[in-house]
Design a protein around this ligand. Sequence first.
Ligand SMILES: C[S@@+](CC[C@H](N)C(=O)[O-])C[C@H]1O[C@@H](n2cnc3c(N)ncnc32)[C@H](O)[C@@H]1O
Length: 540
Amino acid sequence: MPTLDWIGKKAVLNHHRVVPYHLLKCDQKLSVGDPGSGNLLVQGDNLLALKALLPYYAGRVKCIYIDPPYNTGNENWVYNDAVNSPEIRKWLGRVVGAEAEDLSRHDKWLCMMYPRLMLLREFLRSDGAIFVSIDDGELHHLRALMDEVFGPRNFIATIVWQKKQSPQNDAINLSDMHDYLVVYAKRAKQNRDDPHGWNRNLLPREATQDARYSNPDNDPRGPWTSADYTCNKTADERPNLFYAITHPVTREQVWPSRRRVWAFDEAGHERNVRENRVWWGPGRRTRPRVKKFLCEVREGVVPTTWWTREFAGDNQEARRELRAAIADEQLDFQTPKPARLVKRILEIAAGKDSLVLDSFAGSGTTGHAVLGLNKADGGSRRFILVEMEEAICQTVTAQRLTRAIEGHNDLPALGGGFRYCRLGPTIFDETGNIRAGVTFGELAAHVYFAETGEPLPKRTNGKTPLLGVHNSKAIYLLFNGVLGDRSAGGGNVLTSTVLRALPAHSGPRIIYGEGCRLGPARLKRERIVFKQIPYGIKVS
Ligand SMILES: C[S@@+](CC[C@H](N)C(=O)[O-])C[C@H]1O[C@@H](n2cnc3c(N)ncnc32)[C@H](O)[C@@H]1O
C-alpha cells in the first residue's frame, strides 16, 4: 500500500503508546443534571484525555465524530503535546498554522493527528465507525492517514456536505461551498454477504418521500408509485430480457429498445401481470411501468454521499443554533457545525443506546445532537466530549449543554446531564511508583485494562479484590487494604491468609499485589500468576 511520509512521522508513529495515563477528576460544581446519564465533558488536550479514558471505554464506542482544526493557515490551533524527541521539537511549534506560508504546516498537522487517530481507533467497537469533518486543505492527507490507521479495506465513503447556500463573490478563485466527512469503519463489510463488520442504518423516511405514492387504481395494497420497466443492459448482453410484451388493451406487441432491455425475464413479467404490478397508465400508453408499493419499500432510505443543506443543515444554521444556546458575550466561537449534520451521522452510525465520542468538541454540537435525538425517540445514547481550551469548554461547551438540558428561552429542555472532568495527575510518578492518592477503583480500571485490553466489566465498589473474570482467568488486585487488615501490609501482600480470604475461582488466577510470600511451587499448584505492582502493570 502506498503510504504518506512527512517530517516528524517516525517520531509520532509510536507516540500514543508512551503518552502517560492520567487520572480524570470530576468537578461537581460544573457538572449538570442527572450524573447517572453517562455523559462526560472532559477539559484537556485530547491526546492525554483519550489515553486517560481508554481504560474505561476501550472497544465500547459505536460512533466517533471529530471536527479537528482544518489547518487552513488562518487558525491558531495549539499543538501542546508533551513530545520530547528532539526531532519532534524541531518540527512542532507550540502554535501551528498562524502563518499560512509556514511550509511545514502540513507536517505539523499530520503529527498532531496521527497519535490521536491511533488512540481513537482503540475506542471503537468492532461494529463501530468514525466520521471526520475536513475540507480540501487536508482531505488528501487525511485519507492517506486514515488508510494507514484504519486500513484501506475499512474505508466507507467520503461524503460531500453543502456547508453554504450563497457563493462568496469575493473568492479569489472558486467559491468554496462544501466540506467533507471522511468515514471509516473499524471493520467494513468486505462483500454483501459478509456477516461481520459495520452495518449502516437506513435513514428515516421523510413525509416528502412518502408523498410520491398514490393509489389511482384503488389497489387494495395501498399507495404505490411506478418505476421504469427497463434496465441498463443491452439485448446482446441479456438476450433473455429482449422479448415482446402484449399491451392488455390494444393487444399490440411492445418491444424494449435493443440498448435498454426489460428489467424482468418472461417468467418475471408474467408474475407481475398475475399480481397486477404492471401499470400501463390511464390512457393507451405504449410503455409499461412497474408498481412499487409503499407497504413493500424498506423501512428507511439508503444514505448517500451527497448531503445538501436541506438534508443536514449549513454553517449559517449552526451559528443560529449556537446563538440561541450561549450568552451573547461568548459568541466568538467561529466554527460550529449544525446539529442536523451530527444527527444524520448518528442516524446512520449509532443505535438508540450507543456511546458516541467527539474529541474536538468545540461548542458541543455532538452533545446537543445526542440529547436531542434521545428526547425525540426515547433513546439512551451517551456522549463523551473532549475540549482542550478551558475558556471554550466552560463558557461555550458546558453552557450550551446546560441550556440544552435545562431549557433556555426558545430552547426546549431536553433533560439528561453531564459530568465535567479535568485531567488529574498521572497514575504513576516520575519514578514509576503509584502516585499517592490513587484510589482502588482508579488502579483497578488500569490493572484490568492492562491485563485484558478491555474495560472493567463493571465499576468496582472497592470492597472486593476480584475485578472480573476474563477468558476464564480471574483477575484480583490487592491494593489500599481492600481486604481490610489481614496483616502483611493490610492485605496488599499475597500470603496464605490473604489467599484464603480471596473470593473463590476454580480456574487460573492472576493476582496483582505489592508482594508475595507464596513459593513458586505453591503458586503453580494453585494455578496463580502473581504480578507485583507497580512493575507488573504493563499496558502496551
Ligand atoms: C473545528 S472546532 C470543532 C467544532 C465543533 N464540531 C462544533 O460544532 O462546535 C475544533 C475544536 O477542537 C478544539 N481542539 C483543538 N485541538 C484540540 C486538542 N488537542 N484536544 C482537544 N480539543 C482540541 C479546539 O479548541 C476547537 O474548539
